[in-house]
Design a protein around this ligand. Structure first.
Ligand code: NAD
Length: 505
C-alpha cells in the first residue's frame, strides 16, 4: 500500500511534529528529501538541513545537504546532458514545459500548502504564487518555438548575414526564500525553453518547494541531468567552485545586493554571463490629486503582500503633505483589520517573518525612525508566543536619514514621509542605490507620464500596487541588478546570438 510505504519512508526522514495536521504530515512525506543529480535522488553525506515552519519555529523535515563536491557532480550532470537537450526539438521542449504547467495546476493545493509550511505566507497568497509561478512555464513553453534570429544582405552587398540564437549552455541558478516556486520557475522555464541545462541551488530556508518541483519536472518528462538540485547549508562554499568551473556558461541569481556583488566579482574571473535580480527600495508616491481609496488599496498590496518580504515591496511611501494625514488614516484602518497568524488558518492575512533576525530588524528600524521623530500609528512590536511574527505597522513623519528609508525593510512596516513639490518627489524617489520598481498614484496622466520618465527604475506601476506578470520583463537598474526575467526578453538571458557571414559567390 503506497500510503503506508510513504509514511514509513517519512518516519525515517521527517521529525515527529505533533503540531502538524495529518494532511501536512502526509504532504511532507511525499516531498523528496535528497539531492537531485543526473536524474537520481541521492542521500548526501553531511549533516542534514533542518527545514522549519516559521509560524512555530519547529523543524518540519530534514533533507540532504550538498557538499561542494556534490555541486560539481551536479554540474557534471548538466554538462553531460547539455548537447542532447540543446538538440531536442523546440516543440518537444515546449510540450514538456506545458505538461509541467498542467501538472502544477493539478498539484496546486500541495504546492500552496508546502510553501505556506516552509515560508509562512498565507495560503491564499501561496495559491497566488502557484498561479504566478506557473505562468512562467506556460509563457516559456510558448516562447520555446518562437526563438528566431535574422537574415539579410550585408551593407556592402557582398554576402549574406545570418544571425541565429544558440543556448548559452549549462547554467547555475540561485534562488531566494521569499517566493520559493516563482523564483525557480522564472529561471528554470526560460533556461529549458532556450535549450540550456541547469544546476539549481534553492535557499536553504525554503528548499522543499524546489525539490517537489524537481519531481514534477521529471514527471513532466524532463530528461535526466537537464535539471539538477543541490540545496546546501554552505552556499558560498558550494557556489564558488561551480562559478569558477569553465564549463559553466551562465549564472542567474536572485537575492540580496551584497551577495549579488560578491557573485559578480567571482563571475568576472571567467567573464561569465550573469543575470542579477537584486534588492529594491521602491518609492510609492501619492499625489494630492490621487484617488485615495485606490492608493490605500494599492498600498496594502504593495506593502503587505508576502508579509512585506518582496523585492517589489513599497519601501518608502512618499505622500503629498496636503493628504498625508488622510492617507495615513485610510491605510491605518486597513492595517488594523489584518489578521496575523499561521498561514494555514482561516482568515489570516499576515503570516510570520522568515526568521528571528527579521523580527529583530523590524524593531531596530522602527526604533531608529522613532528616535528621529517618526510616530507609530499602529503596531510596532512583536507579539508574544512562538513563531517569528511582527505586528503590521504604520509609522508616519519619517525623517530623511532614517535607516528605514535607506534599507530594504522586508517586513510588514509601512513608513510614510511627505513632499511638497513634484521635483522633490522625484528627487526623494531616486535617492537610493536601488532601482527596481516605483509606484505612482495620480489622476493626472501627464504628471503620471513625467514620473514614469523621471523615476529611475526598471519597472513602474501607475495607479496600481502590483506589476509582476510572466509576460513582462521583470528587473531593475542601478544596484537592483542586470538582465530581465519574463516577457520576450526573458528567454534571451539564456541565448547567445551567433552570426555567420556567407559571401556571395
Ligand atoms: P540572499 O542574498 O541572502 O540569498 C539569496 C540566495 O543566495 C540564497 O539561495 C542563498 O543561499 C544564496 N547565497 C547566500 N550567500 C551566498 C554566497 N556567498 N554564494 C552563493 N550563494 C549565496 O537573499 P535572501 O535573503 O534569500 O532574499 C531576499 C533578497 O532577495 C532581498 O534583497 C530581495 O530584494 C531579493 N529579491 C530580489 C528579487 C528580484 O527579482 N529582484 C526577487 C526576490 C528577492
Amino acid at each position: 500500500d503506497t500510503a503506508a510505504a510513504a509514511s514509513a519512508a517519512s518516519a525515517a526522514s521527517a521529525v515527529p511534529a505533533p503540531e502538524l495536521t495529518e494532511r501536512e504530515r502526509e504532504l511532507l512525506s511525499r516531498v523528496p528529501d535528497g539531492l537531485y543529480i543526473g536524474g537520481r535522488w541521492e542521500a548526501g553525506t553531511r549533516d542534514p538541513i533542518e527545514v522549519s515552519d516559521p509560524a512555530t519555529g519547529r523543524v518540519i523535515k530534514r533533507i540532504a545537504n550538498a557538499a561542494p563536491e556534490d555541486g560539481i557532480r551536479a554540474l557534471d550532470a548538466a554538462v553531460e546532458a547539455a548537447e542532447a537537450w540543446a538538440a531536442t526539438p523546440p516543440r518537444t521542449r515546449a510540450e514538456i514545459l506545458r505538461r509541467a504547467f498542467d501538472l502544477l495546476q493539478e498539484r496546486r493545493d500541495d504546492f500552496a500548502l508546502l510553501m505556506t509550511l516552509e515560508m509562512g505566507k498565507p495560503l491564499a497568497e501561496a495559491n497566488g504564487e502557484v498561479t504566478y509561478g506557473g505562468e512562467f512555464l506556460r509563457w516559456f513553453s510558448e516562447e520555446a518555438v518562437r526563438i528566431s534570429g535574422r537574415y539579410g544582405q550585408n551593407p556592402e552587398g557582398t554576402g549574406t548575414m545570418v544571425v541565429s540564437q544558440r543556448p548559452v549552455g549549462p547554467c547555475f541558478l540561485i534562488t531566494p526564500w521569499n517566493f520559493p516556486l516563482a523564483m525557480a520557475t522564472r529561471k528554470i522555464a526560460p533556461a529549458l525553453a532556450a535549450g540550456c541545462t541547469v544546476v539549481v541551488k534553492p535557499a536553504e530556508l525554503t528548499p522543499l518547494t524546489t525539490l517537489f518541483f524537481a519531481q514534477l519536472l521529471t514527471d513532466a518528462g524532463v530528461p535526466a541531468g537537464v535539471v539538477n538540485v543541490v540545496q546546501t547549508s554552505t552556499a558560498g562554499a558550494l557556489s564558488e567552485p561551480i562559478i569558477a568551473d569553465p564549463r559553466l556558461r551562465k549564472l542567474s541569481f536572485t537575492g540580496s545586493t551584497p551577495v549579488g556583488r560578491r557573485l559578480l566579482a567571482q563571475a568576472g574571473q571567467n567573464v561569465l554571463r550573469t543575470s542579477m535580480e537584486l534588492g529594491g527600495n521602491a518609492p510609492f508616491v501619492v499625489f494630492e490629486d490621487a484617488d485615495l481609496e485606490k492608493a490605500a488599496e494599492g498600498a496594502m498590496l504593495a506593502k503587505f503582500r508576502n508579509i512585506g518580504q518582496a523585492c517589489t515591496a513599497a519601501n518608502r511611501f512618499i505622500v503629498h503633505e496636503s493628504i498625508a494625514e488622510e492617507f495615513a488614516a485610510r491605510v491605518t484602518e486597513r492595517v488594523q483589520a489584518l489578521q496575523v497568524g499561521r498561514g494555514t488558518d482561516d482568515g489570516v492575512t499576515i503570516g510570520p517573518l522568515i526568521d528571528e533576525r527579521a523580527v529583530a530588524s523590524m524593531g531596530e528600524l522602527i526604533a531608529d525612525a522613532s528616535s528621529r521623530g517618526a510616530r507609530v500609528l499602529t503596531g510596532g512590536s512583536a507579539p508574544e508566543g512562538d513563531g517569528y511574527f511582527f505586528e503590521p505597522t504604520v509609522i508616519t513623519d519619517v525623517k530623511p536619514g532614517s535607516d528605514i528609508l535607506n534599507e530594504e525593510i522586508f517586513g510588514p512596516v509601512l513608513a510614510i514621509s511627505t513632499f511638497a513639490t513634484e521635483d522633490e518627489a522625484v528627487a526623494t524617489a531616486n535617492s537610493t542605490e536601488y532601482g527596481l520598481v516605483g509606484y505612482v498614484f495620480t489622476r493626472d496622466l501627464a504628471r503620471g507620464q513625467r514620473m514614469i520618465d523621471r523615476i529611475d527604475t526598471g519597472m513602474m506601476g501607475l495607479n496600481t500596487g502590483l506589476v509582476s506578470n510572466a509576460a513582462a520583463p521583470f528587473g531593475g537598474v542601478k544596484q537592483s541588478g542586470l538582465g530581465r526575467e519574463g516577457g520576450l526578453e526573458g528567454i534571451h538571458e539564456y541565448l547567445s546570438p551567433k552570426y555567420t557571414l556567407i559571401p556571395a559567390s
